[in-house]
Design a protein around this ligand. Structure first.
Ligand SMILES: [Mg+2]
Length: 220
């Protein structure tokens, strides 16, 4: 039997609607901050978002909820905050069907820049965690804030696969398309909103992606 090819998926805005993470960062944390310092939610939101901007998304801390809990001296545990808003985790409508189909023919992994704490809660909630061989967080596992060429090469090495036997898809034009393509991975840009001109490496949803990678599985 030949070795199954590898497909890697980005997470936020690829498999899962970003509502949940946005809610935790922009509403959940400001609410706790307002409670702790006894100020209005709008004032707390201004302060919290201002601090995120000051640290910036090029710093590992920006992604790290344990850092922000300590930094703001927030009450309670970060785990409870993630748990409390789980009802907002929503996969895109086609995800379950596509993943359940593709897993029969490929090895599937997830690679995200979100911290592991978020990635795991999101994947588990959707009930697709058993379909993925590995779940990688660029920030938690590799201390990198971006998916660099080196990062993709490391993933291929860990997965013992050649870039040419690897397919990646995600919603960031540079980090999910241009960068993996530059190391020889077959990349597809997931353009749900149709922001780029359509070509043969652009897909508007994962159903289209599954059809395009042309494998002998039942038509979706
Ligand atoms: Mg994304």
């Amino acid at each position: 039997m030949t070795k199954k090819k590898l497909i890697s998926f980005d997470l936020d805005n690829t498999l899962i609607d970003p509502t949940y993470t946005t809610f935790v960062w922009e509403i959940g944390i400001p609410q706790l901050y307002a409670k702790k310092y006894n100020i209005s939610i709008s004032k707390a939101t201004r302060i919290v978002i201002g601090e995120y901007k000051r640290i910036g998304d090029l710093s590992l801390e920006w992604y790290d909820i344990t850092y922000w809990f300590k930094y703001f001296e927030l009450p309670g545990r970060w785990e409870n905050l993630l748990e409390e808003h789980r009802d907002k985790i929503r996969p895109f409508p086609e995800v379950k069907e596509v993943i359940e189909n593709l897993v029969q023919y490929y090895n599937l992994i997830v690679i995200s820049n979100a911290a592991r704490e978020f990635v795991e809660v999101e994947i588990k909630d959707v009930g697709i965690e058993n379909s993925f061989t590995r779940i990688f967080s660029a920030t938690s596992d590799f201390q990198q804030v971006k998916k660099t060429p080196q990062f993709y090469k490391q993933i291929c090495e860990i997965m013992k696969t050649e870039p040419s036997d690897t397919i990646h898809t995600g919603d960031h034009y540079e980090f999910d398309y241009l960068v993996p393509k530059s190391v020889g991975i077959k990349a597809y840009y997931l353009d749900r909103d149709g922001t780029k001109p359509k070509d043969s490496f652009t897909v508007k949803n994962l159903k289209e992606f599954a059809t395009l990678i042309k494998k002998p599985f039942s038509p979706l």
